[in-house]
Design a protein around this ligand. Structure first.
Ligand code: NDP
Ligand code: OXD
Length: 311
């Protein structure tokens, strides 16, 4: 049987993944779509934003392993075979990278860096009151792999930390809120809101005027989840009205963000090109190779995506 590597990344990046996978799995036949002679020979697919309409043509596919943590782009493929288990990337290196990005940008907002950058443009020498991290409350939407690592990092920096998830959690030192009924209480009194939710039918558009109106005036926003979480017009309006003080946006509904998008030029937006926590090819390939070896030996699959929940 063969393992198909199916991506829509550049040919250079795809070749890099192929080489790493072949080195990590010398006993396996890892192939690209263009090299495939018999589709029935494929029992496993390793994917990174694969083109739609291909996976369902593989009649002997036993499971799909994503190289990304988020699987929203995969799940929108209407032809994605329902019965084939889907496994997403869970990698402690990725979570550590996200925790670092969260800490970086929470600290930047906490220490007023965007405001001082705007002052510098005007050559304005003006000091603002310095608050302690323990005087700030940071709320994290999503308490999964990314959210928990980020919460722990922020606790270590002295911030008050809250998190919101679908099911109730109990995390030492973190105020845990769960479900729609708890959302209002979670948002109440935050200084900075960080989004680390997966994009699902339930979370789409959650960063909207309605949610912003439940935050204290002047809250900072960080979106490292997906572009589909933010209603762009509502983010701009909330910034213009001062309801949000600043937004750090790493993800967008359309990536790369088109040149004419007004988010580019907004003075209260820090715009990043989806770099909060990129997949680390070295550690990702080790994890994927381990998953595959375990499956070959025991027939056991790693933890699967819950299709009905969308993550
Ligand atoms: P997980 O699946 O581990 O965690 C998701 C969290 O969101 C869980 O706590 C879950 O609740 C919560 N959640 C899901 N739906 C809801 C809902 N309707 N209401 C409340 N809480 C909800 O995902 P990860 O932490 O690994 O990743 C999160 C997302 O981060 C990815 O899907 C991806 O979009 C994004 N990401 C972005 C990157 C970047 O570079 N910008 C890099 C990597 C990931 P519960 O625990 O109860 O299930
Ligand atoms: C991911 C990402 O989901 O890079 O892994 O956004």
């Amino acid at each position: 049987m063969s393992i198909l590597l199916l991506t829509s990344v550049s040919s250079e990046e795809e070749a890099m993944w192929l080489n790493k996978l072949r080195s990590a799995l010398p006993e396996e036949d890892v192939v690209l779509w263009a090299e495939l002679s018999d589709k029935a020979e494929v029992d496993m697919a390793i994917v990174a934003n694969p083109p739609q309409g291909v996976l369902h043509t593989l009649s002997n596919l036993k499971w799909i392993q994503s190289l990304w943590a988020g699987v929203d782009a995969l799940l929108v493929d209407p032809t994605l075979p329902e019965s084939v288990p889907l496994v997403r990337l869970i990698d402690p290196t990725l979570s550590a990278s996200m925790a670092e990005a969260t800490a970086t940008h929470v600290l930047a907002l906490h220490r007023d860096l965007p405001r001082y950058a705007r002052q510098q443009e005007r050559q304005e020498w003006r000091q603002h009151e310095l608050r302690r991290s323990s005087d700030r409350t940071v709320g994290i939407l999503g308490l999964g792999e990314m959210g928990v690592a980020s919460a722990q990092q922020l606790r270590a920096l002295g911030f008050n930390v809250r998190g919101w998830s679908r099911s109730q959690k109990n995390i030492e030192g973190v105020g845990c809120f769960a479900g729609q009924d708890d959302l209002k209480a979670f948002l109440n009194g935050l200084d900075i809101l960080v989004n680390l939710l997966p994009l699902t039918p339930e979370t789409k558009g959650i960063l909207s005027a309605d949610l912003f109106s439940q935050l204290p005036k002047g809250t900072g926003l960080i979106n490292f989840g997906r572009g589909g979480h933010q209603v762009e017009g509502d983010v701009i309006a909330a910034l213009d009205e001062g309801q949000l003080s600043h937004a750090v946006l790493d993800v967008f509904s359309q990536e790369p963000l088109p040149a004419n998008n007004p988010l580019w030029g907004h003075s209260h937006i820090t715009l990043l090109p989806h770099v909060a926590a990129p997949t680390n090819p070295g550690t990702a390939v080790e994890i994927v190779a381990d998953n595959i070896r375990k499956y070959r030996k025991t027939g056991q699959l790693p933890k699967q995506v819950e299709r009905s929940a969308g993550y």
